[in-house]
Design a protein around this ligand. Structure first.
Ligand SMILES: Nc1ncnc2c1ncn2[C@@H]1O[C@H](COP(=O)(O)OP(=O)(O)O)[C@@H](O)[C@H]1O
Ligand SMILES: [Mg+2]
Length: 279
């Protein structure tokens, strides 16, 4: 569905994206995970034609992004990282505007607006100004707007950044529901648990490069599924094991204070980059 070949973006002497190769299958939820500055937004911006690549190419449903602009625009829905609703317009008017930009006929536009306001549970707020909405409501309205013209691929850049835990889960459910109805989803996140909870496959990005790519379960297997944390004088050492027995044996021989637990994606990230995601 999405085929990316050596995609690159250079800003002055910053290599924001350094030759990305990636294939995303139809119907999958794929997550680009990485710290701030990794190049996630730049990747999305290139794939959605908001910025021109300095090199490489990408195909969405067979259309090359820089050559088939009109066709690609029909195929994709975009939910950008920062709120870009018209806050002076109502929820309904925001959707109306998008439908007009996509030249949707009046009757279909009105039907679709109603359907989507129901879908994202904003029907009772249709006539309220978007500027009055909470963060979660604005995000849901942006998702509805992205879906107006019935795209087959949805790009979500940090869809739950800054939202409270309940609202995040609501957005996750919405993403799962859309995917269940056949939508291919590419999202970015710097929340490990979001990638783990939602994505079939995860690409870990760091300094413009993809440093790992697999299902969350396989990524954890690669570093070792069991972690022994040895605590001593405010320092923690991490050792990874493929089985519980070896982990217990190792822990039993330590004189330090130990914790044994299952590995999570954060462990994968730390092992691969030597840094924490938030650093
Ligand atoms: N418009 C721009 N001009 C100059 N540098 C940019 C621009 N956009 C992004 N960058 C730089 O590119 C790198 C990747 O940024 P970005 O794609 O926003 O990362 P992420 O979304 O993973 O946080 C960063 O070093 C950032 O400062
Ligand atoms: Mg970003």
């Amino acid at each position: 569905m999405i085929e990316i070949k050596q995609l690159a973006k250079q800003y002055g002497n910053i290599q924001a994206v350094a030759g990305l190769d990636l294939i995303i299958d139809a119907g999958e939820i794929f997550g680009l995970l990485g710290p701030n500055g990794a190049g996630k937004t730049t990747t999305i911006r290139m794939l959605t034609m908001l910025t021109r690549p300095s090199g490489g190419s990408a195909f969405i449903n067979g259309c090359e992004i820089t050559r088939d602009l009109g066709r690609v625009k029909k195929e994709i829905g975009v939910v950008p990282q920062h709120i870009n609703l018209d806050l002076e317009l109502t929820a309904r008017e925001n959707l109306e505007l998008h439908g007009r930009l996509h030249k949707m006929p009046g009757a279909e536009r009105r039907r679709r607006i109603q359907e989507l306001l129901d879908y994202v549970e904003l029907a009772d707020r249709a006539h309220d100004l978007a500027g009055k909405f909470s963060g979660g409501m604005k995000r849901r309205l942006m998702i509805a707007r992205a879906l107006m013209h019935r795209p087959g691929v949805l790009f979500l850049d940090e869809p739950t950044a800054g939202l409270d835990p309940q609202t995040r889960r609501k957005i996750w459910d919405l993403i799962r529901r859309m995917n269940g109805e056949g939508m291919t989803v590419l999202l970015t996140t710097h929340y490990i648990e979001e990638a783990d909870a939602l994505c079939r496959r995860v690409g870990i990005m760091d300094r413009g490069r993809l440093i790992a790519l697999d299902t969350p379960a396989e990524l954890k297997k690669k570093v070792g599924e069991i972690v022994v944390e040895a605590h001593k004088q405010g320092e923690t050492e991490y050792r990874f094991f493929t089985g519980r027995e070896q982990a217990l044996e190792y822990a039993g021989n330590l004189t330090k204070n130990v914790t044994i637990r299952e590995a999570d994606l954060e462990d994968v990230f730390v092992e691969l980059t030597g840094r924490k995601v938030g650093d």
